[in-house]
Design a protein around this ligand. Structure first.
Ligand code: ADP
Ligand code: MG
Length: 470
């Protein structure tokens, strides 16, 4: 099945649009148009050279990273300027302009869009992925998840406001949007708005300058559910705080649901008016924390399942990531994407060795204890490989070209390289002073053999696992 350039582009956009601020997406990617797709290279035309360079610098890696998940293969994205298409919309934060057709194929649930006022900025759509169904509950987030679910069942009645706080990448936006989805499923006519506090602030300033306060008030006060993300950015913005206070009160008094998120609890947001702090605390305040190992693993399994990657990501690889990536969930997702891209560029299956190599910069504790790979060293690899093939470690360093020796020697080089990333020269030295082309040849032999011979592959894997578990 071959995809058209438009299909390829649409699939990539579906992914990246949720990683980018709406303004950036609308200004830079939405106006681009796919031209051709062949040999895994997608050419995309943009209105001018500046846009081509900007996109290349800022978005190429992101787009390419999604190739394996979105398309099932690596993809190269090339931007080219097309003078015919001059007239790129300016980077205008207030009127995101999507040219007709360019985003039409994207699945969107644009809750309630204030289209009544011509030219008014649209609200950011909810991400189709941020549902309760895709949210994995664990100890670190069960209170927040339960509160969010309750709110979604009875907006305006259960907890009002619901204030969710916690570190970055821990699921605040996800939970908040899940409320929006569920409310809309149950009450399709509900007016649900999701907005980042920065967008609220920008629109407010714009409204003041353009005498558009009446429209602004209607936009934010005639709602059933208002989801406001990242309210910590209200700090120090006095007039916005004032306006937000009135917005809050109007909605609250009318029994409308308000949900807020922040990176810290209300009382710890600096330069936030006391009356807002007390409003924010008046309903339910729930935190999301860092997931523990079991929870991280469950999240990874869920992500793999969702993207139909269960076969691609063996359990031991997911375990490795869960063990060594502890900071937040966004990082866990990032590892899946990065590893897919890495393995597909290298034309290799995803194994623990490939993961250690491809995720070197993301895995913590690589040389310290706790990661399992703590005692890895060239002699350790040589010893284990030698014992598996029943030769002496010295034989691996000898000049002998007997097959009984060359095979384990090559395997040992391969494991040193893939598990430790040791430079080729250094590997050559450690194996009896061989030059680097011999090392390359050895690595290629093993890679080829692993692909051809499953018994051999299993044997290499066994040694690898033992090395990693030492
Ligand atoms: P925050 O708003 O707290 O910075 P996000 O809600 O944007 O974090 O979450 C970051 C990413 O991690 C999102 O892709 C989200 O879907 C995912 N995520 C976070 N927590 C969970 C979870 N418990 N289960 C599944 N995915 C999660
Ligand atoms: Mg967020």
């Amino acid at each position: 099945m071959s995809l058209t350039p438009q299909e390829v582009w649409t699939r990539l956009l579906e992914r990246v649009r949720h990683d980018l601020p709406a303004e950036a997406y609308e200004s830079w990617l939405a106006p681009a148009a796919p031209v051709s797709y062949s040999g895994e290279t997608l050419s995309v035309s943009v209105p001018d050279q500046f846009a081509a360079e900007w996109n290349e610098r800022n978005y190429t890696d992101l787009l390419q990273g999604y190739g394996p998940v979105a398309l099932g293969n690596a993809v190269r994205v090339v931007f080219q300027a097309d003078p015919e298409r001059a007239g790129r919309p300016q980077m205008d934060f207030f009127s995101p302009t999507a040219p007709a057709g360019s985003t039409a194929a994207l699945p969107q649930r644009t809750s309630f869009v204030a289209r009544r006022e011509g030219g008014e900025a649209t609200f950011q759509p909810l991400s189709p992925r941020y549902t309760f169904g895709e949210f994995v509950v664990g100890q670190s987030n069960e209170l927040a998840a339960a509160a969010a679910l309750a709110v979604s069942q009875q907006p305006g009645h259960a907890y009002n406001p619901l204030f969710i706080y916690g570190g970055t990448g821990l699921g605040k936006t996800h939970l908040m949007q899940a409320i929006g989805h569920t409310v809309l499923e149950r009450l399709p006519e509900a007016r649900v708005v999701y907005v980042g506090i920065e967008q609220f602030t920008n629109e407010f300033i714009q409204a003041v300058q353009n005498k558009g306060m009446t429209a602004f008030k209607r936009r934010y006060r005639e709602l059933d559910v208002l989801l406001v993300d990242d309210v910590q950015f209200l700090k120090g913005k006095e007039s916005t705080q004032e306006e937000f206070f009135h917005t809050f009160n109007t909605l609250y008094e009318a029994g409308r649901q308000i949900v807020l998120t922040s990176d810290r609890p209300p009382s710890e947001i600096p330069r936030l008016e006391a009356r807002l702090v007390s409003r924010f605390q008046s309903g339910m305040v729930a935190d999301v924390g860092q997931p523990d190992y079991e929870h991280r693993l469950a999240i990874l399994h869920q992500k793999a399942r969702r993207d139909h990657l269960e076969q691609t990501f063996p359990d031991d690889v997911l375990q490795l990531i869960a063990e060594r990536v502890v900071s937040n969930v966004r990082e866990l997702e990032g590892c899946i994407i990065k590893l897919l891209a890495y393995a597909s560029l290298k034309h290799r299956d995803i194994t623990v060795a490939v993961a250690l190599e491809g995720l070197r910069d993301r895995l913590t504790g690589d040389s310290a204890a706790g990661g399992g790979a703590g005692t890895l060293s060239i002699p350790a690899v040589q010893r284990l490989v030698a014992s598996e093939w029943q030769v002496t470690p010295e034989a691996l360093m000898s000049k002998s070209r007997l097959k009984a020796y060359t095979v384990p020697r090559q395997v040992a080089m391969y494991l040193v390289r893939s598990l430790m990333g040791t430079p080729l020269m250094q590997i050559g030295e450690a194996f009896g002073g061989r030059d680097h082309s011999t090392v390359i040849h050895s690595l290629e032999r093993v890679e080829a053999q692993v692909r051809l011979d499953s018994d051999f592959a299993a044997r290499v894997q066994r040694v690898e696992n033992r090395l990693l578990q030492q």
